[in-house]
Design a protein around this ligand. Sequence first.
Ligand SMILES: Nc1ncnc2c1ncn2[C@@H]1O[C@H](COP(=O)(O)OP(=O)(O)OP(=O)(O)O)[C@@H](O)[C@H]1O
Length: 470
Amino acid sequence: MTEGHHPKLSDPTGLDIGQSLWQSCMDQLAQELPEQQFNTWIKPLSAQVLEDMSKVTIFVANRFKLDWVRAQYSSRIASMLEKMYGQPVQVELAITPRDTPVRTASSPKLVEAIAAEESPEFGEDRGHSGPKNRLNAMLTFENLVEGTANRMARAAAMHVATMPGHLYNPLFIYGGVGLGKTHLMHAVGNRLLADKPGSKVLYIHAEQFVSDVVKAYQRKTFDEFKDRYHSLDLLLIDDVQFFANKDRTQEEFFNAFEALLAKKSHIVMTSDTYPKGLADIHERLVSRFDSGLTVAIEPPELEMRVAILINKARVEGSEMPEEVAFFVAKNVRSNVRELEGALRKILAYSRFNQKEISIALAREALRDLLSIQNRQISVENIQKTVADYYKIKVADMYSKKRPASIARPRQIAMYLAKELTQKSLPEIGELFGGRDHTTVLHAVRKIGGERQQMTELNQQLHVLEQTLKG
Ligand SMILES: Nc1ncnc2c1ncn2[C@@H]1O[C@H](COP(=O)(O)OP(=O)(O)OP(=O)(O)O)[C@@H](O)[C@H]1O
């Protein structure tokens, strides 16, 4: 596997075959990997496939993730693609150029952007003195669209960037995937360095911190480790939920935390949940995480999604008419990363077909995505599918019977109803024979938890999910 500097888009037809191959690969990885690993490392990847299927370029958000994906998953992906396609497929990795004004392969700017990010200097201090800070200079406050979903987090981050070490220390930002937490952290670091170039700033993903602890442990270099971390002015640490169950790391992080706070250095953290929701993290750390300011980033509301699309299209050198932006924003609701993916598809489609961006074109470019979303999954359908699968009667989904052979499929159906439909817990309870919402919640938590531990159950759920999604 090599790193790609010249990714090339295929034409729309090639893109479809390639994309479906890529999708199958993703589906398989989703089955094989623990959910958290899949969501963190694999789900955000996007791929471009050459017309003749000889090469796949996988785009990764930053240098750290690139190294990680290469080390952990690249050969697995390559052999999976080869098996699916029946011929060797060359797999390359490249960093997604953020907000660079191009996406097409032939454009020299894209190549430059990737080459710049792939160069050994990437992550170095970009003109500032001091150790490497791993900041991505392209993630700034200026290109982070503001909306009600991120207003508080943005304001707090801005405050930290202008007056570090004062209020909101630590700043703990949490929210779902692809909502801009990482972007916001980099923005803080970049702003501080712009204002005070001598500052010692470090952006680090929690897993990298874990491997630094392991290295220091193996090489007995804890003094160096401490020098490095305890001397910072600003520590930006991403995805702290990854500290779960890592006792030694938690201890070292606790030490770094105390040392930094004592000297009025600032700490900004992100996580997929609020501090008290973190599992398997020592109580003394959790309470410290919560001791400054904890803010959420919510999924962006419609108007914000529209603004993001229009802004990002502009940065890419295209104008997206407002009506098209509304159409896309109404259909792509989950997070900003998916919004960016949709925009990329539309721009590529418009360029290859040399057509203006319109609703019709967007519909065409996003047809796979839209057809998945339009396929409504009903609770009735879930009940029927699950009953068939476990060979019980559909009526048992509503009955009061409690033997495990019935109660368990019923709990599985409740879990799937929560996962795959927009229904609330009370609504689901109602559809399962008028059960209380706490019964549904119990089922959702139980099956969700067991799924992480039990491979067989996970596989059964996957089969059911695939059947239901069609
Ligand atoms: N408000 C926004 N305005 C502009 N771009 C945004 C905004 N929010 C997110 N993005 C962009 O969306 C993409 C995903 O954001 P980011 O990587 O920061 O998400 P995250 O919350 O850290 O997700 P994860 O937990 O999956 O890492 C990035 O390319 C980021 O620049």
